[in-house]
Write a protein that binds this ligand. Sequence first.
Ligand SMILES: [Zn+2]
Length: 337
Amino acid sequence: MAFRQIAILLLLASLFPLTGYSWGFFAHQRINRLAVYTLPPEMVGFYKKHIRYITENAVNPDRRRYAVAGEAPRHYIDLDVYGDSALYKMPRYWQQAVEKYGEDTLMAHGIIPWHINRMKFQLTQAFKDRNVDQILRLSADLGHYIADASVPLHTTRNYNGQLSGQRGIHAFWESRLPEMLSDNYDFFVGQARYIEQPQLKAWDIVASAHLALDSVLGFEQELTLEFDEEKKYSYEVRGNLTTRVYSREFSEAYHRRLNGQVERQMRLAIHSVASYWFTAWVDAGQPDLRQFASTLSAEEQERLRMELKEYEQGPHLPREEGESHLHQNTWIPGRRE
Ligand SMILES: [Zn+2]
């Protein structure tokens, strides 16, 4: 490759370094979609009828981040801010957590486990109200937050490896690896199960993610020592953008070392999403979903159109399904999902 071309690539790479997002469009949509198939017979018909909605809207909470104040902290929790054994010491319930740390502190470092529980309550209420608009919206959103909670890098302030010289590891783990390799994952996760303690279960999900964090960061560091810089990365051209990505060779080596971790966390997410939906429905008294309206209201359709429009016109690059790579690797300072 000519020196000039390399220089241009390096320049572009520095303009668009690797960055971090939540699971990426691909994995979020796949998790919500697959969750539908694990529902019991009384629920699966309704969710299958709306599977396109549940799938396509799996990423709405990320889109809303720019329009809705207070949205950002719902996607993560920086556990390490609270000390080494925070995972075990943090108050499980919101009220106790507020008493101990104050709401401002909690909002500053992320509230994902409490937000999952809150969404579950709202979904239960929506089932009681037989409000199809709300049931679908909350189901899709809840799926998103649960999926985020199962990502190790959503449980640390070093969420993109920016504190350990590993910038870009976020999108690597949760977008590039599943996009490249998840066709070989086993997504048969068994039936959705009733969750006795939804708030504690949210913490179990966060715990499983957080306990995997050392491997996520450590294995990348180990492998980096074994790979030459030019073998670690490759460049992809999409449209008129060139982005630096982890090479296939490095990705596969990392994936082998993680020994199924991404697959395990995706499976956990799928099963948990379905189990929360199921639990909300049971807690609402198991309403007969066959009698529910089969389409969204005109108001809700309009709201969705507006939300999408606002997102597309917002102060950021749009990310569309099929182009996710291109945009997921485009770093926007201060942005976090
Ligand atoms: Zn997110």
